[in-house]
Design a protein around this ligand. Structure first.
Ligand SMILES: Nc1ncnc2c1ncn2[C@@H]1O[C@H](COP(=O)(O)OP(=O)(O)O)[C@@H](O)[C@H]1O
Ligand SMILES: [Mg+2]
Length: 343
């Protein structure tokens, strides 16, 4: 591919340094995605310009007009601290008619709500955990159809924000307590889902119209403390010391029958299409002991640090990291205009 001007949108605190030398593992962990993306694309010969974005669109516009990037690569997961505003920034890029990587704004919106995405997916007869939503300031009453244990989460946050061992509740008192925690501390409505005992399975999908599905990946909870639930809490996802201590590892899912692998991959593609995703996304499941893959959530624009699940699964499938980033740029540049997609 020819040398491109790539404008990379990042959180202002996560503009990566030129070299990771002298930083602790904890520090690197904060900006490893931004660092890996920027350094890898530079090494591939592209002209890469990271731009910190917090609560202003004007710098994006100025940069697009003065520097004229060939493509905007967005690593933003929020705007003004709000995760749900990620789609607004992408909508703005769409209005500016500049090619951008990752998912279109409609897909971001459909995938965001943990209730909406499950309702859409369930319509296509794909198994999802039973759930109920607890809006803000409403009394918490568990519907009779929902048995315990349940897992209580923010309706629309991600990155396991607000998810800890206390999220899994086995009594109505604990349910009420955890719902008010989400309302008051996280500041969003809550969703309570049937807790699905099973393996934690991730499936990467890459593409706009034609899709490439990556190998079925598993997060293994090697060595949890006695009585702990094997779930991807904030600590499991973001604390390297904890990951090491508890031997949290990810890798290709082992010992799955080829038919089951094919089925999971087929379902992942159907979910990707149902939620109108494009670019790249990771679809997450819990695989119950009877072989049913329950859809947990779709993550458009998942984290793509070289060591993380998506890039690792791509590498396992023969797509080296620089090639993966190159494909993501190419998919952004050849996305059809919205009118074509909608038609
Ligand atoms: N219904 C469920 N049954 C079992 N575990 C769940 C369920 N929902 C979530 N979890 C666990 O919690 C983690 C985070 O939940 P998720 O819905 O993916 O939120 P986030 O968007 O914050 O990642 C999952 O990766 C999984 O380990
Ligand atoms: Mg998740």
């Amino acid at each position: 591919m020819k040398k491109l001007r790539v404008l990379v949108l990042v959180h202002p605190d996560l503009i990566p340094p030129d070299s990771s030398k002298g930083y602790s593992e904890q520090e690197i962990n904060e900006w490893k995605t931004e660092y890996d993306v920027v350094t890898t694309l530079r090494r591939a010969g592209h002209d890469v310009h990271p731009l910190g974005v917090h609560d202003e669109l004007k710098p994006i516009r100025d940069e697009i007009e003065s520097w004229k990037p060939d493509v905007v690569l967005t690593l933003l997961e929020q705007f003004r601290g709000e995760a749900v505003y990620d789609q607004n920034v992408v909508s703005y890029l769409e209005l500016m008619h500049v090619p951008y990587t990752g998912c279109n704004p409609r897909g971001l919106m459909l995938a965001r709500g943990k209730d909406l995405s499950k309702t859409l997916v369930h319509y296509h007869r794909i198994p999802v955990p039973a759930f109920t939503v607890f809006p803000m300031r409403r009394k918490v009453r568990r519907p009779a159809r929902l048995g315990l244990p349940l897992i209580v989460k923010s309706l629309n946050e991600d990155g396991s924000y607000g998810i800890s061992q206390a999220s899994v509740v086995d009594s109505d008192a604990k349910l009420a307590e955890r719902v008010s925690f989400i309302h008051e501390r996280i500041g969003t409505p809550a969703i309570a889902e049937q807790y699905i005992e099973g393996r934690e399975i991730y499936v990467g999908v890459l593409g706009n119209e034609r899709l490439r599905v990556l190998p079925v990946w598993e997060l293994e909870f090697g060595n949890m403390a006695q009585g702990d639930w094997p779930i991807a809490t904030e600590k499991v996802k973001h604390d390297p010391d904890y990951q090491e201590r508890r031997r949290i590892l990810h890798g290709p899912a082992k010992n799955l029958a080829p038919e089951l692998v094919a089925r999971i991959q087929r379902i992942a593609k159907r979910i990707y299409r149902t939620l109108e995703l494009d670019g790249y996304a990771r679809i997450d499941f819990r695989l119950a002991a009877d072989g049913t893959p329950y859809f947990l959530e779709a993550n458009p624009n998942p984290e793509i640090a070289e060591s993380q699940e998506f890039a690792a699964a791509a590498r396992h499938d023969g797509i080296k990291y620089p090639d993966l980033l190159q494909r993501i740029l190419a998919l952004g540049m050849k996305r059809a205009a919205p009118s074509v997609v909608a038609g």
